[in-house]
Design a protein around this ligand. Structure first.
Ligand code: SAM
Length: 206
């Protein structure tokens, strides 16, 4: 099964495989193959015109989505200037600057007027402790039947009760709160899937 998924990504674009290797070699956390395939599937089903990604890193997932959905505009927000510099280089190498709008800033405080271009697919892949805040900040800009996908919601299947490190425990408590929040969230049908590092999918009810 994993072999098939890796082949799928290979077939999508050989350059993308090199970009993935760059991320892994530089210890930059990027989306896992299974989760990327899940994103592709949701893109295929929902045909989003506008995707907002929170957490660009080196640009891997933004580039993968852009290649998969050439009709979609992708806005991707990254707060680390060192990362945006690298992501910009990669986006240019793939000739995707016309399709990927890279915004440098903190997605929690940044103000962009999304009312002109509602978000059809929101992909949250940034600081894991802030998932609820990201969700609430961008919820007003979601289109009618928007999809929200959040990565790493199971975080290595760790529980806050079984770790000693205080920062890790704090983050895991926040993730546990997010999982309850997303399942109970009114106005959305949500589920959590054990794909990759755990993915939540929320579909806005009409
Ligand atoms: N989506 C990328 C991929 O799969 O190729 C990986 C993103 S990486 C897991 C998370 C990124 O989110 C980091 O580069 C980090 O700097 C960024 N980040 C964390 N908090 C953020 C925030 N508040 N606003 C924007 N970016 C943030």
């Amino acid at each position: 099964m994993i072999k098939t998924e890796q082949m799928t990504i290979k077939e999508t674009n050989a350059k993308l495989v090199s970009l993935k290797a760059y991320g892994l070699n530089h210890n930059i956390p990027i989306i896992q193959d299974q989760s990327l395939i899940f994103l592709f599937q949701m893109i295929q089903l929902s045909q989003p015109k506008h995707i907002l990604e929170i957490g660009t890193a080196i640009g891997y997932s933004a580039i993968a989505m852009a290649l998969y959905a050439p009709y979609a505009l992708i806005t991707t927000i990254e707060k680390n200037p060192a990362m945006t510099k690298i992501a910009k280089t990669h986006i240019n190498q793939f000739n995707l600057a016309h399709q990927i709008h890279l915004v440098e800033g903190d997605a929690l405080t940044l103000t962009i007027d999304y009312y002109q271009m509602p978000i059809d697919l929101l992909f949250i892949d940034a600081a894991k402790a802030n998932n609820i805040r990201f969700f609430e900040r961008y919820e007003p800009y979601l289109s009618k039947q928007a999809i929200v996908i959040v990565d790493n919601v199971l975080f290595h299947n760790l529980s806050s009760t079984e770790v000693n490190s205080k920062p890790l425990k704090k983050m895991l408590v926040k993730l546990e709160q997010f999982r309850t929040y997303i399942i109970e969230k009114e106005g959305f049908d949500s589920a959590i899937y054990a794909i990759g590092d755990g993915i939540s999918l929320s579909i806005k009810k009409v």
